[in-house]
Design a protein around this ligand. Structure first.
Ligand code: ADP
Ligand code: ZN
Length: 724
C-alpha cells in the first residue's frame, strides 16, 4: 500500500513545510490542526497540502503525524492569506502562521466559576449587610460569588459566612460565553442626512457582499463609529462575522459601551493584554463561528474566522497599524488584502486619511462616504497659531502667555484643557553646566531622557537606564546638571505651579503601563474628574471627552524635524486629531498651535482648516519624488556589532543586486540612528515603480546574495514607515 503523506506548516520561523506520514485510520484535510514531532519535542502544525510529490528515498526518515486536534480547520481563505502575507512581506510562512495560532498554550477549559444561590432559611443573626445579600438572592437565581458580593455591596466574607450557615449554597457555573450575540435591532440611531446616506451605502455594500473598499471620510466628531455600526448590524443580520480593527489604545471602555448601546452587548475583544485563558477561548469561539463581532488591535486580523463577512479599520491612518518587529506588516493594507481574498467588503474610517487611501479614493478605487459636519451641529475647533518667535514663554517655561490665559478661562468655566506634547519624560537632554557634557546612551546613538518620576536617565531606544549621578562624570562639578527642553513631566511641573488647585493628569505610555490602567485614566477624564490633561500621542486617538474645549499643542514643530518622508503627513494627522478632541459636546472648541514656523504648509493647512490644500500639496510632492503610493519602497537594514563588517556586508548586498530598469537602489547609508543596542546600522532603500513586483525582486535578489553571518543581521521591511 502506498504511504500517505501530508505537508505540514509549523509555527516557527521557517518558510517551508515538512513532510509527515499519516498513520492508518487518520483522515486529514488541508487546514487541519495536527500535533507533529519536531526536533526533540512535539508542536502544533497545520496540514498545508495533501498527497505531495514525495521523494521515496526520504521514506525511512519520515516522521508520523501524532494526531489531529479537535479544532475547526483553518479555512482556505486564511491559508491563502498566510501565503500572501508571507510572500509580500518576505516573512517566513511559519512566522505568519504563528500569528494566526496565538491562542497561547492554555487550550484547556476556563477555570470553574463558583456561583451562589439561596438554599435555606434566613440566618439567625441578621445584619444590614446580610439583609442586602438576602434581598439580592431572594429571586433564587444563581450568581457568581464575586458579582453577588459586589452587587450587594458586601465583602466576599459575608457571603462565605452565609454559605457556612446554610442560608446560601455554592454551585459550579458554566463558563461565561466569550461574548453574547449582538442584537442588530437593539438600539436605533437618529441619523443626520449625511450619516443616513453613508449608513445606507455601507449596508448596500454588505448585503451585496463581494470585495469593495469604502472610506468613511468624516471630520472628528461626525459620527463615523455610529455609521459603520450600521454596516456591522447588516453583517450580523446576514449571520456573518465582523472584525473591527482599531489602534489598541482606542479600544476603550467608552468604545465597548457605545457598541453595547447599539447592539445590547459588548463585542468580543482581542488585544495584547487579554488573559491567556480568555485568549484561548476567544480564539476557539472565533474559529467555531460562535463570536459574531470582534473588536481588536491589529493582531485580530490573523484570527481564524469561520465566516468573515466584513472588516472595519477605524482610524485607518494610524501609524500603530504598522508592526515593526517580527513580521513587518501594515495591518490596514493587509486587511484590504484579506478582504479581497475573502471577497468581502472593508470599511476604512478616518478624519485624516492616509495619503495612500486618499489617492485611492480620488481615483475612485475606494468608495468615499463623506461626513462633512460634526453631529449635533457642533462646529469644528478654531485653530490659531502662537508664534513662539514673537510671543513665546519666558526661558525655561513652555506655555505661552496667551495659551496660559486661555487655560485659566477654561478652568473658570469648569471646562477641561488638554496640553499635547509628544515627548515622554522630563527633559530630552541633560547637560553639565560647567563643561557641556551630555548624557548619551552607552549602547545607542541617542541622548538619555530624564525621567524624574522614575528617577532615572533612560534611553528610549534600548531601555538603558541609570540614576542621575551627583557629579558630572567628565569635569566632576557637583550639582551642575541642567535639563534641556520639555517632556510631559516637566510640563506638569509648570502646570502645577501656574494653575495651583487644578486637577492634573499626565497620560503617557511609560507612566500608565497597562491597558486597563489607561482605560481607567481615560474614563476619569471623560467623566470630568480631571481639569488639565497633559498627554503624548496616546490622547490623540478617537477619545471623546465631553468637557474638553481647549487644546494646546506645546510644540507643533516636533514631528517635522526628523528626516522621515512621512513627517508632514504624520504631523498633520496627529495635530489635527489632537485638536479634534476639542468642542465635541458643548461649546466652541479651540486649538492653539505653539510653533516657530507658522508659515509651514502643515501649520497653514491646520489653521485654515484647509485639508484639501494639504492633501493636494502632499500628493503632488509624493508624485514628483515617486514616493508611495506613486512608487514602491522597501528598506533593507543591515546591523552588526562592528561598523566595518556591517557596512561591508551592506555593500556586498548591493553589489549582488540584479540590475533591472524599474528598481533604484539607494545606499547603503548610515541610518539616522546609527547605533542601537550597540549595533551599527546601515540602510539600503529599494525604490521601484508602482506596478513593479518589488517583493518578488527582493526574494530573487536575497536568494542569490551573500547571507548575513555571525553577528550580522538583515531586516527587510516592505512599505517601510520608519526610516530612523
Ligand atoms: P468620530 O468617530 O467621527 O470622531 P463619533 O462616532 O465618536 O465621531 O461621534 C461623536 C459623538 O457624537 C459620539 O458621542 C456619538 O455618540 C455622537 N453621535 C454621532 N452621531 C450620532 C447620532 N446620529 N445620534 C446621536 N449621537 C450621535
Ligand atoms: Zn540605548
Amino acid at each position: 500500500m502506498r504511504k500517505r503523506i501530508v505537508e505540514v506548516l509549523v509555527p516557527v520561523a521557517l518558510d517551508h513545510t515538512y513532510s509527515y506520514g499519516v498513520p492508518d485510520g487518520l483522515e486529514l484535510e488541508p487546514g487541519d490542526l495536527v500535533g507533529v514531532p519536531l526536533g526533540a519535542s512535539d508542536t502544533l502544525g497545520v496540514v498545508w497540502t495533501k498527497d505531495p510529490v514525495f521523494d521515496p528515498r526520504l521514506d525511512n526518515r519520515l516522521k508520523q503525524v501524532e494526531g489531529k486536534l479537535d479544532y475547526p480547520p483553518l479555512t482556505p481563505e486564511l491559508r491563502k492569506f498566510i501565503d500572501w502575507v508571507a510572500d509580500y512581506t518576505l516573512t517566513a510562512r511559519g512566522t505568519v502562521l504563528r500569528m494566526c495560532l496565538r491562542m497561547g498554550t492554555q487550550l484547556g477549559p476556563e477555570r470553574v466559576r463558583v456561583g451562589v444561590r439561596l438554599a435555606g432559611p434566613p440566618p439567625a443573626r441578621m445584619t444590614a449587610a446580610r439583609q442586602r445579600v438576602f434581598a439580592l438572592l431572594h429571586d433564587g437565581l444563581a450568581r457568581q460569588k464575586g458579582d453577588a458580593a459586589e452587587e450587594a455591596g458586601v465583602s466576599v466574607g459575608v457571603i462565605d459566612a452565609l454559605v457556612d450557615e446554610g442560608t446560601l449554597e455554592t454551585l459550579a457555573l458554566p463558563p461565561a460565553p466569550v461574548a453574547r450575540p449582538p442584537d442588530p435591532a437593539h438600539g436605533g440611531t437618529d441619523f443626520s442626512e449625511a450619516q443616513r446616506a453613508g449608513a445606507e451605502a455601507l449596508r448596500a455594500s454588505v448585503s451585496k457582499s463581494g470585495f469593495s473598499v469604502s472610506l468613511i471620510d468624516g471630520v472628528t466628531g461626525s459620527g463615523k463609529t455610529e455609521v459603520y455600526f450600521e454596516a456591522v448590524a447588516e453583517n450580523v443580520r446576514q449571520g456573518r462575522q465582523s472584525l473591527i480593527l482599531m489602534p489598541e489604545i482606542a479600544l476603550t471602555g467608552q468604545f465597548l459601551d457605545r457598541f453595547a448601546q447599539r447592539f445590547g452587548t459588548r463585542p468580543a475583544e482581542w488585544h495584547s493584554e487579554l488573559p491567556p485563558r480568555k485568549r484561548a477561548r476567544t480564539w476557539s469561539a472565533v474559529a467555531a463561528g460562535e463570536v459574531s463581532v470582534i473588536a481588536g488591535a491589529r493582531s485580530a486580523l490573523f484570527l481564524p474566522y469561520a465566516d468573515l463577512g466584513l472588516i472595519v479599520v477605524d482610524e485607518e491612518h494610524d501609524p500603530a497599524y504598522k508592526q515593526e518587529d517580527g513580521a513587518r506588516y501594515h495591518a490596514r493594507d493587509m486587511a484590504v488584502v484579506r478582504a479581497r481574498i475573502a471577497d468581502i467588503p472593508i470599511v476604512l474610517a478616518s478624519a485624516t486619511p492616509s495619503i495612500e487611501t486618499e489617492v485611492n479614493a480620488r481615483r475612485s478605487r475606494y468608495q468615499r462616504i463623506k461626513l462633512p459636519e460634526r453631529f449635533g451641529g457642533q462646529s469644528l475647533p478654531d485653530i490659531e497659531a502662537i508664534d513662539l518667535r514673537r510671543e513665546g514663554p519666558a526661558r525655561g517655561r513652555y506655555i505661552a502667555p496667551r495659551l496660559a490665559t486661555e487655560i485659566k478661562l477654561a478652568l473658570e468655566r469648569s471646562e477641561q484643557a488638554l496640553l499635547f506634547l509628544n515627548r515622554r519624560g522630563y527633559a530630552p537632554l541633560t547637560l553639565c553646566r560647567s563643561c557641556g557634557y551630555r548624557f548619551a546612551c552607552p549602547n545607542c546613538d541617542a541622548w538619555l531622557v530624564d525621567h524624574r518620576f522614575r528617577r532615572r536617565l533612560v534611553c528610549h531606544h534600548c531601555g538603558f537606564a541609570m540614576p542621575a549621578p551627583d557629579a558630572c562624570p567628565h569635569c566632576h562639578a557637583a550639582q551642575s546638571f541642567v535639563a534641556c527642553g520639555p517632556g510631559v513631566e516637566r510640563l506638569e511641573e509648570e502646570v502645577a505651579s501656574t494653575f495651583p488647585g487644578a486637577r492634573v493628569l499626565v497620560l503617557s505610555s511609560d507612566l500608565v503601563t497597562s491597558l486597563e490602567r489607561m482605560r481607567e485614566e481615560l474614563k476619569s477624564v471623560a467623566d470630568g474628574h480631571v481639569d488639565i490633561i497633559i498627554g503624548t500621542q496616546v490622547v490623540a486617538k478617537g477619545h471623546h471627552f465631553p468637557k474638553l474645549n481647549l487644546v494646546g499643542i506645546i510644540d507643533a514643530d516636533l514631528g517635522l524635524t526628523n528626516g522621515d518622508p512621512r513627517a508632514a503627513e504624520r504631523s498633520f494627522q496627529l495635530l489635527h486629531q489632537v485638536a479634534g478632541r476639542a468642542g465635541r459636546a458643548e461649546g466652541q472648541g479651540r486649538g492653539f498651535l505653539q510653533t516657530h514656523q507658522p508659515e509651514h504648509p502643515v501649520m497653514k493647512a491646520l489653521i485654515a482648516q484647509d485639508r484639501e490644500a494639504f492633501y493636494a500639496a502632499e500628493i503632488a510632492a509624493r508624485e514628483k519624488s515617486g514616493y508611495p503610493p506613486f512608487g514602491r519602497l522597501a528598506s533593507l537594514l543591515v546591523s552588526g556589532g562592528d561598523p566595518h563588517s556591517a557596512e561591508n556586508f551592506a555593500r556586498k548586498l548591493v553589489a549582488a543586486a540584479p540590475h533591472v530598469e524599474q528598481v533604484r537602489l539607494l545606499g547603503p547609508a548610515e541610518a539616522p540612528l546609527a547605533v542601537i543596542r550597540g549595533r551599527y546600522r546601515f540602510r539600503i532603500l529599494a525604490k521601484s515603480s508602482r506596478t513593479f513586483d518589488l517583493s518578488g525582486y527582493l526574494r530573487e535578489w536575497l536568494a542569490h546574495a551573500p547571507k548575513p553571518k555571525g553577528n550580522l543581521k538583515l531586516e527587510v521591511d516592505v512599505d517601510p514607515q520608519s526610516f530612523l
